[in-house]
Design a protein around this ligand. Structure first.
Ligand code: ATP
Length: 283
């Protein structure tokens, strides 16, 4: 199977500190991969490595089946990027920005752009430096969705948005994947967003991928069990993903609730709980 993005065994050091350790995952076409992990886990470094903004120490990255794609301007058009601290030319208005992008991108679609600008309620004649943070993020998302990209790399792209704008943006991202059979790598700390739109979950902690699975499989098979310490030996160790101690009992994340002893009751898992358990537990 060919992937839109294929990251294999990436290792990255800053000085003596290894911040990415054999990071491996992919983005198949038609998928939205939710890239989650706590502060400092390595998400932005992964994005920067994919974009060639920092170089990895080992491993390889293929985009559309090819390595070093960031060196090919034509192929770069097929990648839409939104970073938390995006820099669009601040002195321009939206209308002027459209004219600039018409010249830069062969594939620029101004009808799509103005449809998104209007639906995100962005002013067309105001200079971008006068935009709020949320307005700038929405503008960056509108740009990423307007040049016929196949792969979107979105690092914390919905973070500064109010709930109704987030809902709208998530809707646009879903339509993008449905209509273009493109793919999205989306990092977010807002687990409800991930739960709503991701098809796959990649969880990173201290630079290591701890979980890489389809979301529907996680929601169907994973579960939480609260269990007294003396009962721990009843569990099949192979299904224990994470364990957090709370005094007399432990909260356990299991990867297959069908393999739990019959008399143990389990709870359905949400993405929020999954993230908290993976972040703050023994793995
Ligand atoms: N330029 C740099 N020089 C040295 N260390 C860095 C640099 N950039 C990031 N790091 C370190 O790399 C690790 C991963 O940082 P990264 O920004 O990738 O995390 P993140 O998962 O994106 O976090 P957040 O959710 O807070 O944005 C952290 O320990 C960070 O301190």
């Amino acid at each position: 199977m060919s992937y839109l993005l294929d990251v294999q065994n990436i290792t990255k050091r800053y000085g003596n500190k290894v911040v990415l350790k054999n990071v491996t995952f992919n983005v198949p076409s038609g998928s939205i991969v939710g890239f989650i992990g706590d502060n400092g886990a390595g998400k932005s470094t992964t994005f920067k490595t994919i974009l060639g903004l920092v170089s990895q120490d080992s491993g390889r990255i293929k985009i559309f089946g090819k390595e070093n794609i960031h060196k090919q301007p034509k192929m770069k058009e097929k990648i839409g990027v939104v970073f938390d601290a995006m820099n669009l030319p601040a002195h321009l208005t939206v209308k002027q920005l459209n004219k600039v992008f018409l010249r830069i991108f062969n594939t620029w679609n101004q009808d799509d752009f103005f449809r998104l600008v209007n639906s995100f309620s962005l002013p067309e004649d105001k200079q971008i430096y006068k935009f709020s943070r949320g307005m700038s993020m929405k503008l960056s998302i509108a740009v990423a969705l307007s040049h016929n990209a196949k792969l979107l790399l979105l690092d914390e792209a919905t973070g500064g948005l109010d709930p109704s704008s987030r809902e709208q943006v998530l809707g646009e991202l879903k339509s993008f994947v449905r209509e273009s059979s493109g793919g999205i790598l989306l990092s977010s700390h807002i687990m409800s967003d991930i739960e709503k739109i991701a098809s796959h979950i990649v969880f990173i902690k201290n630079g290591k991928i701890l979980l890489n699975e389809r979301k529907d499989k996680i929601l169907e098979k994973f579960a939480i069990v609260d269990i007294k310490k003396e009962q721990l030996s009843l569990l099949n160790r192979n299904i224990v993903v994470a364990k957090r101690d709370y005094g007399s009992y432990s909260r356990i994340l299991v990867s297959n609730k069908m393999e739990l002893p019959k008399d143990l009751s389990s709870k359905k898992i949400s993405m929020e709980e999954l993230s908290i358990l993976l972040t703050g537990s023994e793995i």
